[in-house]
Design a protein around this ligand. Structure first.
Ligand SMILES: *[C@@H]1O[C@H](CO)[C@@H](O)[C@H](O)[C@H]1NC(C)=O
Ligand SMILES: *[C@@H]1O[C@H](CO)[C@@H](O)[C@H](O)[C@H]1NC(C)=O
Ligand SMILES: *[C@@H]1O[C@H](CO)[C@@H](O)[C@H](O)[C@H]1NC(C)=O
Ligand SMILES: *[C@@H]1O[C@H](CO)[C@@H](O)[C@H](O)[C@H]1NC(C)=O
Ligand SMILES: *[C@@H]1O[C@H](CO)[C@@H](O)[C@H](O)[C@H]1NC(C)=O
Ligand SMILES: *[C@@H]1O[C@H](CO)[C@@H](O)[C@H](O)[C@H]1NC(C)=O
Ligand SMILES: *[C@@H]1O[C@H](CO)[C@@H](O)[C@H](O)[C@H]1NC(C)=O
Ligand SMILES: *[C@@H]1O[C@H](CO)[C@@H](O)[C@H](O)[C@H]1NC(C)=O
Ligand SMILES: *[C@@H]1O[C@H](CO)[C@@H](O)[C@H](O)[C@H]1NC(C)=O
Ligand SMILES: *[C@@H]1O[C@H](CO)[C@@H](O)[C@H](O)[C@H]1NC(C)=O
Length: 692
């Protein structure tokens, strides 16, 4: 009897739980498709013409993006006084009433990107002025001019982050950002700014991040924003960057000047914390070595700095471009896609912390490797696509490049590298020497050491894992060229005649190799099939563009996942090999552009079922003189071929045999019937008047 109340209690409890859960669902669906979760009302893309009025009044975040609201009325948000974050991205807003935010004292984040607020910006400005606690404001993509912006930001002194990207601002003066004393982050990218007056950012002592990318700024001179941590002026038309002189300490850590028209290395602050400097895609060079000047005074530039009616002249020695800049904290330097023909002595020495240096696509002809130059901290050096014909290594310099992990020398004019350069770099894991006409050094015992001055030796570079020697004109590979390395990735493509039908020269590294590329090396399997049996860890093998007539052997190579056999001379599909060895691991195989014989593709069905043929639709075969896609072959391939063979042999027999027989029978009958000479019979029967 005592159990009954317990049962009743439990039953009631379950009922309430069920009711609560169900009521939650009811709420979520009844409110115009808005999803509610932890004070967030998500009404994005619901085609709402007005702000829904039935959301929980306690909502703190309201997402209304992509609804055609057009207008925000005084009453629109009245029910939600606790709102802290409001997002109105792409709501076609043209009008925000003066009192629209009058109840939203707690609002700290307001996103209004991609609307049409320039239509009635004065009203909108008035509405914003009530937001005393606003910290983040996004006004990007609203066709706002500098005057509109100045009005809308007036007195919003609590703002910490403002985005004005994608508007129509053209020039900035000190009135635009007046009184934004707490602003830390300002995004002005993708406007039409061509002029920034001195003092425009003077009222922003807390400014840390300034983005001016994609504008039309022709130069930045007298840069004096010492408080800034990051400045992005990429994609402008800068010809000069000149920091203000003097010993002020700049907080600047990241400076992006890429995609401009700088001619000279930027004149950076004398004292800064710069660790990232991006100068990609400019017209920069160093010039001192290229001109003969007796008097260095000739090579100065004078900048006229005008402020009101005060004119200051700043004189810069163009040959000392980098000498006064503080680069001691620099870790990441990208100078790719410029016109550098050389690096001045001492240039890299100024950057003892440098870890990444990118000099891709310049005009460098030689590089001198000296003590601390490049600095010992360097881990990645990209010298690809230059005109390097020589690397100079100062003698007696053990362990230079000791931190280097990746060295890209691709597409230069190198014939070799200094002896021991790679062997001394004890952390070097990746070398790209593709597209240089190099040769590999013969084994010390094979030839006299003086015999091959320009050659590269990869033997015993124990740290090496990835090596690209594509298109190096290597010639026939000798045994043990990679002895003492544990290469996992090797690209030998485009070296014609590299392997003479045998993988023997690679056996040293066969156990470690994971990715091997032997594209266009003229491999043929005319003597015997190519054997990859010892390559136990090989995952990815590219054999395309060769002259293989038979499928390579993979006994024991169970790790193979990707195999590329395109553009070879295979005539039969590898049905035995595939089914026996590869099925286990193979995920992708490329087989197209081979002259398969349609009658030798019995394994096709099995291959198709494996779903591993990546270029299935492109695989074709030759049927007499026709080329047919294998996927379009009617039904069973063998029938087609039987008919094809019948055509050739039996058909002729069937056609010719009856005629022959008939002829033979006719002749016999004639012969038996008329034993007289045939001519005589014809003559007598026709009574020709004799012409004989
Ligand atoms: C509501 O239902 C879900 C499963 O749909 C369950 O995980 C949750 O615990 C239920 N809520 C309550 C309060 O029981
Ligand atoms: C909205 O409120 C403001 C005052 O906050 C008032 O001046 C204005 O007339 C109101 N607009 C409408 C359309 O009610
Ligand atoms: C901005 O603040 C100043 C003084 O703090 C005041 O005089 C001015 O009217 C304010 N402007 C607006 C548009 O509220
Ligand atoms: C600078 O801005 C451009 C454009 O938004 C961007 O692509 C680039 O990554 C930025 N640079 C840095 C260092 O953030
Ligand atoms: C510079 O002048 C010296 C001697 O006056 C001459 O030998 C050298 O070739 C000149 N270099 C260039 C780049 O003109
Ligand atoms: C010009 O130089 C004077 C004195 O060196 C300095 O006080 C002033 O700020 C400078 N003005 C500009 C625009 O650089
Ligand atoms: C120009 O400078 C003089 C003093 O050097 C000053 O009296 C005058 O007001 C300035 N004019 C302007 C337009 O700033
Ligand atoms: C080396 O540089 C070339 C050209 O810039 C690039 O294609 C290649 O991927 C780079 N190699 C490595 C290993 O990063
Ligand atoms: C290539 O191999 C064949 C047969 O193994 C041999 O006769 C020939 O001499 C080799 N060619 C070269 C250049 O080593
Ligand atoms: C297959 O057809 C192509 C194109 O007509 C021809 O070049 C090739 O020699 C043929 N191959 C064979 C094995 O018949």
């Amino acid at each position: 009897m005592e159990l009954l109340p317990l049962w009743l209690c439990l039953g009631f409890h379950f009922l309430t739980v069920e009711w609560r859960n169900r009521s939650g669902i009811v709420m979520a669906t009844s409110q115009g498709g808005c999803e509610l979760l932890d004070g967030v009302a998500d009404c994005r893309g619901q085609n709402l013409a007005s702000v829904p009025g039935n959301l929980p009044p306690s909502s703190q975040t309201l997402l209304l993006d992509a609804n055609p609201l057009k207008t925000l009325w005084n009453h629109s948000l009245q029910r939600y006084p606790l709102l802290e974050s409001l997002s109105l991205h792409s709501c076609r807003l043209e009008h925000i009433s003066r009192g629209a935010f009058q109840k939203q004292a707690r609002l700290c984040s307001l996103a209004l990107p991609d609307n049409s607020l320039s239509e009635s910006y004065k009203e909108a400005a008035a509405a914003l002025h009530g937001l005393r606690g606003l910290r983040r404001l996004d006004l990007s993509g609203n066709s706002l001019t500098e005057d509109m912006v100045a009005l809308m930001l007036q007195n919003l002194s609590s703002l910490e982050s403002v985005s004005l990207a994608r508007n129509t601002i053209m020039r900035l003066d000190d009135s635009v950002f007046e009184g934004l004393g707490r602003l830390r982050e300002l995004d002005l990218q993708r406007n039409y700014i061509f002029e920034i007056e001195g003092g425009a950012f003077d009222g922003l002592p807390e400014l840390r991040h300034l983005n001016l990318a994609y504008n039309n700024l022709p130069c930045i001179v007298d840069f004096g924003l010492t408080q800034l941590r990051s400045l992005n002026v990429s994609y402008n038309v800068l010809e000069w960057f000149l920091a203000s002189g003097g010993e002020a300490t700049f907080e600047l850590e990241a400076l992006d000047l890429s995609h401009n028209q700088l001619l000279f290395f930027p004149l950076l602050p004398q004292c800064s914390k710069l660790h990232t400097l991006l100068l990609r895609d400019n017209n920069m060079g160093f010039y001192r070595d290229l001109y003969n000047t007796s008097s260095p005074q000739e090579m100065v530039a004078q900048f006229l700095l005008m402020d009101g009616n005060v004119t200051n002249i700043s004189t810069v020695n163009l040959w000392e471009e980098f000498s006064s800049s503080d680069l001691s904290d620099l870790r990441f330097l990208d100078m790719s896609q410029n016109q550098f023909q050389y690096l001045p002595d001492g240039f890299l020495k100024k950057m003892p912390s440098l870890s990444h240096l990118n000099l891709n696509r310049n005009c460098l002809m030689t590089l001198h490797i000296r003590e601390h130059e490049p600095p010992g901290a360097l881990t990645e050096l990209d010298l690809s696509q230059n005109q390097l014909s020589e690397l100079h290594l100062a003698p007696g310099l053990p362990g230079c490049l000791r931190s280097l992990r990746s060295f890209n020398l691709s597409s230069n004019r190198l014939l070799g590298v200094p002896t021991g350069l790679f062997a001394d770099a004890s952390n070097l894991a990746t070398i790209d020497m593709s597209h240089n006409q190099i040769s590999l050094c013969p084994r010390p015992g094979d030839l006299d050491p003086g015999g091959a001055p320009g050659c590269v030796n990869f033997r015993n570079v124990a740290s090496l894992r990835s090596l690209s020697l594509e298109g190096c004109g290597l010639g026939a590979l000798q045994d043990c060229s990679f002895q003492g390395t544990a290469l996992t990735h090797l690209d030998l493509s485009g070296n014609w005649g590299l392997l003479n039908g045998s993988t023997a020269p690679l056996w040293d590294i066969a156990p470690t190799l994971q990715v091997l590329s032997l594209r266009n090396v003229g491999l043929s399997s005319s003597f015997k099939e190519l054997d990859f049996s010892g390559f136990g860890n090989l995952r990815d093998l590219d054999l395309s563009g060769n002259a293989l007539t038979s499928f390579p052997r993979f006994r024991g190579s169970l790790a193979l996942q990707t195999l590329d056999l395109r553009r070879n001379l295979l005539t039969a599909l590898p049905q035995r090999a595939v089914s026996e060895q590869l099925v286990g691991s193979l995920r992708t195989i490329y087989l197209s552009q081979n002259p398969y014989d349609c009658c030798g593709v019995e394994g096709w069905g099995a291959l198709q079922r494996l779903h591993t043929v990546a270029d299935l639709a492109m695989v074709t075969c030759n049927l007499s003189s026709k080329i047919i896609r294998l996927t379009e072959l009617p039904g069973g391939v063998p029938q087609v071929c039987k008919w094809e063979r019948v055509d050739m042999g039996l058909l002729y027999l069937v056609l010719i045999l009856p005629s022959c027989l008939t002829l033979l029978v006719a002749c016999t009958v004639i012969f038996l019937t008329f034993r007289k000479p045939l001519l005589q019979v014809v003559k007598s029967r026709c009574h020709w008047s004799s012409i004989y």
